[in-house]
Design a protein around this ligand. Structure first.
Ligand code: PLP
Length: 403
């Protein structure tokens, strides 16, 4: 199967250092299709006006687009209601909001929050900050030898003190897909809610919040062909309703009096200030792009590509692929002998290949592996086998130069 989309992404037609650009840094951010770029342009050239408060025509158009985008996200995630969709700046902002708003309401001294060893810093530090504030304890699910999360160890961490589990759907370093359905079922048997960091899953595989029965879920538009600066926190209404607002300001209030302020209903209670209504329109265009391409088709196609990439990598002497053979979505991480990942990344760049090197904002996992970092190549729907072939031959050349 081949999805020919390269010409829909203008940035990909350029040369880098005189070589065809092969963009394999999609886990960091994806490139944007013309439809998304035109949506942003259209917003500023045709209907830009502040939302929700205006009686004039442009404000009403802007409000309609913003709320239609919210409904589109709700449909995309299979949420019960668009009231469960809170626009944020991105995954990091979503998790910080959750850690504050959930934490203020439900977490007390001695309580426990569970994360895993595979988490991005965005799904560690906000919980550490909460634990520090509340004198609560952060528990960490260890990994098995094959780097999958240890489900038995996870179950043994659960207790009457556990208030929340927050875990990545897909690891941004290893690309492996965590068994979140099983994790959610186990957690719910103990009446513990689960937050899913879906930054690396929503772009690659179908995600339905009602089927998963997750309580919260976060993602960023920029990793799924949408604009930067906007993302989503999904939450079940009954939980969101009980949580305290994250920031104060316009939009999130019902009435403001010096004696007492009352808060707005969902989702506005969590959206202080002017929202990124141009971003939400761009996100809606990205969702259209994904739906039109086909979510199942994207998942199958990218799985083929990552499997092919992993096989090609594993066939090179001295290459160690992490979590080899496990089902992956998007990303593959590797190292070559004792060569520093940064040196590989630099030589690849000179050959037009964009990959990421380092700790990928997951230092605890990198420490756990006792390595300085990895080289991570991550695919999107516009990549193809010839990109992988160019990458592999450039990698072989880099290795021979460095050996
Ligand atoms: N969580 C995971 C798994 C990620 O991969 C990333 C970004 O790489 C984030 C969270 C943070 O996303 P953002 O920087 O868009 O807020």
């Amino acid at each position: 199967m081949e999805i020919m989309l390269e010409n829909l992404f203008p940035i990909l037609t350029q040369q880098i250092h005189g070589k065809k650009l092969v963009y394999l840094d999609n886990a960091a951010t994806t490139q944007k299709p013309v439809a998304v770029i035109e949506a942003l342009n259209n917003a500023y050239t045709s209907w830009n006006a502040n939302v929700h408060r205006g009686v004039h025509y442009l404000s009403q158009v802007a409000t309609r687009h913003h709320e239609e985008a919210r409904q589109k996200v709700a449909d995309f995630l299979g949420a019960k209601s668009s009231d469960e969709i809170i626009f944020t700046k991105g995954t990091t902002d979503s998790i910080n909001m959750l850690a504050f708003s959930f934490g203020e309401r439900f977490v007390h001294e001695g309580d426990e929050i569970i994360v895993s060893y595979l988490e991005h810093h965005s799904n560690i530090v906000p919980w550490q900050m909460l634990c520090e504030r509340k004198k609560a304890i952060l528990r960490v699910i260890p990994l098995r030898d094959d780097l999958s999360v240890d489900i038995e160890a996870f179950e043994s961490l659960l207790s009457t003190k556990t208030r929340l589990i927050s875990i990545a759907h897909v690891s941004n370093v290893l690309g492996i897909i965590n068994p979140i359905r099983q994790i959610i079922q186990i957690a719910h048997r103990h009446n513990v809610p689960v937050s899913i960091d879906a930054a690396q899953s929503v772009p690659h595989i179908p995600v339905n919040v009602q089927e998963l029965d997750c309580d919260f879920l976060s993602f960023s538009a920029h990793k799924m062909y949408g604009p930067t600066g906007i993302g989503v926190l999904y939450g079940k209404q009954e939980l969101l309703n009980q949580m305290v607002p994250y920031q104060g300001g316009g939009e999130m209030i019902n009435h403001v009096r010096f004696e007492q302020t009352t808060y707005n209903t969902l989702p506005y209670k969590f959206e202080a200030g002017t929202p990124d209504f141009v971003g939400s329109y761009g996100l809606a265009a990205a969702i259209d792009f994904i739906n039109q391409t086909g979510r199942d088709k994207i998942a199958r196609y990218e799985e083929e590509l990552t499997t092919y990439m992993e096989q090609q990598l594993a066939a090179i002497d001295d290459v160690v692929v992490y979590a080899a053979g496990q089902p992956k979505a998007g990303a593959v991480s590797f190292n070559v002998g004792n060569i520093h990942p940064f040196d590989i990344g630099t030589l690849l760049d000179q050959q037009g290949i964009a990959v990421r090197t380092g700790h990928h904002c997951a230092e605890p996992l990198i420490d756990y592996l006792h390595i300085p970092g990895t080289v991570r190549a991550s695919v999107a729907v516009y990549n193809n086998k010839s990109d992988i072939d160019l990458f592999i031959s450039a990698l072989k050349k880099s290795i021979s130069m460095l050996s």
